[in-house]
Ligand binder design. Structure first.
Ligand SMILES: [Zn+2]
Length: 254
């Protein structure tokens, strides 16, 4: 088994590198159905950091860029599934055909690290250069709490470090290019209709969905093994996932 990957968040905190563990032992209490997605992401990262992030460490998770938070979720999922690729099915925008894609986890983690290394970008606005910074989890929390009437303009305004934000559309496009993990697009060619296109993929949402499935699977395992062997939840979770699988297979045969 390989060691769980870490993300270098680049914030002034007690720990330099987060080490992630799988969702199954760490996060059975998490409510993946929560409508407050930014808080859910912080909760998942906090529960799956080793050691768990609470207090000021949890605040540091909020201060991570959205790209780093996606990277953290990816690292947690990789620790959970022990898989090097993220398999996804997207629909061809031309003919609707299902397209299977395999995204290398290492490549996506590199994108997250690279995003952390470059927290700002300069774009050509209609009134001269504009310096933008990456959006952070704490921005999402503030935007959510503020309930702006014009959320897009308010969001862009908070990300302008220097210059005039007169045209939100230009800055919006610049941000999408600057932040490939948060505005993720897959360049796919369709074998059925031949269309080559950029298909948007909500990486954060799809990772949360996978983690929710892993959590549900663990809870099912706990229930089955507790019933079969009379173990407590803590006893079942102390058994590595691969051995739990073996015990469950034995249960099927008996
Ligand atoms: Zn097609």
């Amino acid at each position: 088994m390989h060691a769980p990957p870490g993300i270098v968040p680049g914030f002034p905190a007690g720990r330099d590198v987060f080490v992630w563990r799988g969702v199954e032992a760490a996060a059975l209490d998490l409510d993946f159905a929560s409508p407050d997605r930014p808080t859910l992401v912080t909760d998942v990262l906090g529960a799956c950091a080793e050691p768990p992030a609470t207090g000021s460490d949890r605040e540091d998770l909020w201060r991570l860029s959205l790209a780093a938070r996606v990277g953290g979720l990816l690292a947690v999922l990789a620790s959970t599934t022990r898989s090097d690729v993220l398999d996804r099915v997207v629909s061809c925008p031309g003919c609707g055909e299902d397209l299977e894609v395999s995204l290398p986890v290492a490549l996506l983690l590199d994108l997250a690290r690279s995003a952390e290394a470059h927290p700002e970008t300069v774009v050509d606005g209609p009134d001269g250069p504009v310096t933008l910074r990456r959006p952070r989890g704490s921005d999402q929390r503030a935007w959510r709490q503020a309930g702006h009437l014009d959320p897009e303009a308010a969001v862009i305004a908070t990300l302008v470090v220097e210059g005039a934000a007169t045209d939100p559309a230009v800055l919006d496009t610049a941000l999408a290019e600057f932040d490939p993990l948060t505005c993720f697009r897959l360049d796919v060619g369709c074998p059925s209709c031949g269309l080559r296109s950029g298909v948007p993929l909500d990486l954060e949402g799809t990772l949360l969905l996978d983690l929710a499935r892993a959590q549900a699977r663990t809870i099912r395992d706990v229930a089955a093994l507790a019933r079969r062997y009379g173990w407590s939840e803590a006893e079942v979770l102390a058994v590595p996932a691969w051995r739990r699988r073996t015990y469950l297979e034995l249960t099927d045969w008996s």
